[in-house]
Design a protein around this ligand. Structure first.
Ligand code: FES
Ligand SMILES: [Fe+2]
Length: 442
C-alpha cells in the first residue's frame, strides 16, 4: 500500500518530476528502427516522458528526434518537409537539422542573422539491434548505452516487438515483475501434461504447483526476485526475475533466450512496452508457447492490430483488445477452460493489458492488499523511490547510469535441490558469458 504522495512520486515522469529526472539520466528505447524506414521518409509523432517530439530519418540515414513545436511560431513539425538533412517547417520554411541547428530561414531578409540564435529542441539518438534509443538527460556527453545482451546480437539472432498500453508505466512494469500471474492469467486452464518436455521448459512445474514463495535480493542493477515452488521430490522450481533501472524487467527464460522488457513512459497515462529477445533460429519454441509473428527474421509486431494504428501520438503498436471492447473477452472460452485463452477468455496481449489497464489509468495504490508473492514489486518500488529521491537531494545517480556491464545479466528458470537458495546457486548462470554462436557485437 502506498500513500498518495508515494504513488505520485513513482508514477509521474514529466519534466521536473522526481521520477522523471531519474529516467532522464538513462537512454530510453523509444522506437523500432523499422518505424523510420527510409531517408527523407515520413516522420513519426513520438511521445516520451510527457514531451511531444517528432522523429525522422534524414537524407543521410541519421535519425533525429526534435521538439514537435516549430521554434518560430509553434506549428507542428509533423507536417514539415523531410529534406536536405533536416525537417523544414511548411509554415514559413525554417529548416532544422537532427541536432536542432537551424539550417535555413528563408522568410527572413538576407541581412538577418537570426538563424544563428534559433535552435530546435533536440535529443541525442543511437540505433542498435533494431531499436532507436533516445537520451533526454542533462549531460553534454551522454552515458553509454546499457549492455543488454539481446540488444547487442547480430542481425537474425534477436527479435524486437512492442505493444502499447493505455495506463501508467509503473503498473505495466509491475505486471512483468510479478511472475506468479503466469500460472493463472496466461496458463490457468493449462494442465502440466500439456508441457511435454521438462528439459525444454520447466513451465510444467508452474502448472503442477500454482502457489509460490518469493525471495528478493537487492543488486547493483536493481533487484532479483526468486519465485520458487516444489518440483520433483528432491527439487524446487525457481523462476528468477530481475528488475533493472529504470524500467527493465527480465522474466524467467523459458525458451533459453536472454531477453528483456522495457516499459517506457510516453506520459503518465500511456506507455510503450518493448520485448527484446535473443533468438537462436536452431531452437524452435516448444509447442503451445507461440510468440509474435516473425517477418524477415525479425519480429515487428506483437498481436498488433494494424487497422487500429495510425499517425496520432498514441496510435503506434495498438493491439485489438481495448477498454472499449472489453479486451474481446470470450465468455464461452472462459467457461470451457481450454488452452491459453481458457482461463481469462481474453486473447493474446489483451490478457496483460486487460489486467493492468483495468486497474485505472493511474492505479491508486492506497487500496491494494499485497501478498507474499508481491515481495518483488514492493522491493522494486522502494529501490526506485530511494534512487529518485537520492538524485533529487544530493545528485547521486545509480551505478547503472555509468556502468553498462551491470545489464549483462539474464533471468533463469531452473530446478535446484531443495533447501538451496536459487538466486545464490545460479549466479554463474545469471552472469554466464555468451556462447560462441551468440557473441555480442558490441
Ligand atoms: S511556424 Fe515554423 S516556420 Fe513559421
Ligand atoms: Fe503476463
Amino acid at each position: 500500500m502506498l500513500s498518495k504522495e508515494e504513488n505520485e512520486l513513482l508514477t509521474q515522469t514529466g519534466p521536473g518530476t522526481i521520477m522523471g529526472d531519474l529516467m532522464r539520466e538513462y537512454w530510453m528505447p523509444a522506437m523500432m528502427s523499422v518505424e523510420l524506414q527510409n531517408p527523407d521518409g515520413q516522420q513519426v509523432r513520438l511521445k516520451l516522458l510527457g514531451e511531444d517530439l517528432i522523429a525522422f530519418r534524414d537524407t543521410n540515414g541519421k535519425v533525429g528526434v526534435i521538439g514537435n513545436s516549430c521554434p518560430h511560431r509553434g506549428a507542428s513539425m509533423f507536417y514539415a518537409r523531410n529534406e536536405e538533412c533536416g525537417l523544414r517547417c511548411v509554415y514559413h520554411g525554417w529548416h532544422f537539422a537532427a541536432d536542432g541547428t537551424c539550417l535555413d530561414m528563408p522568410s527572413e531578409p538576407p541581412e538577418s542573422r537570426f538563424i544563428d540564435k534559433v535552435r530546435a529542441i533536440s535529443y541525442k539518438v543511437e540505433e542498435r539491434g533494431g531499436l532507436i534509443w533516445v537520451y533526454m538527460g542533462p549531460r553534454q556527453e551522454a552515458p553509454p548505452l546499457p549492455s543488454l545482451v539481446a540488444n547487442m546480437m547480430p542481425e537474425g539472432q534477436y527479435t524486437v516487438s512492442g505493444y502499447y498500453s493505455e495506463c501508467n508505466w509503473m503498473q505495466s512494469l509491475e505486471g512483468d515483475y510479478d511472475t506468479s500471474h503466469v500460472s493463472f492469467l496466461h496458463n490457468g486452464a493449462r494442465e502440466p501434461e500439456e508441457i511435454p518436455d521438462p528439459d525444454v521448459t520447466f513451465e510444467r512445474y508452474a502448472l503442477k504447483t500454482r502457489w509460490a514463495r518469493d525471495s528478493v535480493t537487492d543488486t547493483e542493477f536493481g533487484c532479483t526476485s526468486g519465485n520458487n515452488r516444489p518440483a520433483e521430490e528432491d527439487t524446487t522450481y525457481w523462476r528468477i526475475a530481475h528488475f533493472l533501472f529504470p524500467f527493465y524487467a527480465m522474466i524467467p527464460a523459458s525458451f533459453r533466450e536472454k531477453g528483456f522488457i522495457a516499459v517506457v513512459p510516453m506520459d503518465d497515462e500511456n506507455c510503450m512496452r518493448w520485448h527484446i529477445s535473443t533468438r537462436n533460429p536452431a531452437l524452435p519454441r516448444p509447442p503451445g508457447f507461440g510468440g509474435p509473428p516473425i517477418v524477415d527474421g525479425m519480429i515487428t509486431s506483437f498481436h498488433v492490430d494494424s487497422s487500429r494504428n495510425g499517425t496520432g501520438w498514441f496510435d503506434r503498436f495498438k493491439i485489438a483488445g481495448t477498454r472499449e471492447n472489453d479486451y474481446l473477452v470470450d465468455r464461452d472460452a472462459q467457461k470451457a477452460r481450454v488452452g491459453g485463452l481458457g482461463y481469462s477468455g481474453i486473447p493474446g496481449r489483451g490478457q496483460d493489458n486487460g489486467m493492468t489497464e483495468s486497474m485505472g489509468v493511474v492505479y491508486k495504490r492506497d487500496q491494494e492488499h499485497l501478498g507474499t508473492t508481491d515481495a518483488g514489486i514492493i522491493r522494486m518500488r522502494r529501490i526506485l523511490a530511494r534512487a529518485a529521491i537520492a538524485l533529487r537531494e544530493d545528485g547521486t545517480v545509480p551505478a547503472t547510469v555509468d556502468n553498462p556491464d551491470l545489464y549483462k545479466v539474464r533471468s533463469v528458470s531452473t530446478l535446484i535441490p531443495n533447501g538451496v537458495n536459487g538466486i545464490e546457486a545460479t549466479q554463474d548462470l545469471q552472469w554466464a558469458a555468451l556462447s560462441e554462436e551468440q557473441q555480442a557485437t558490441g
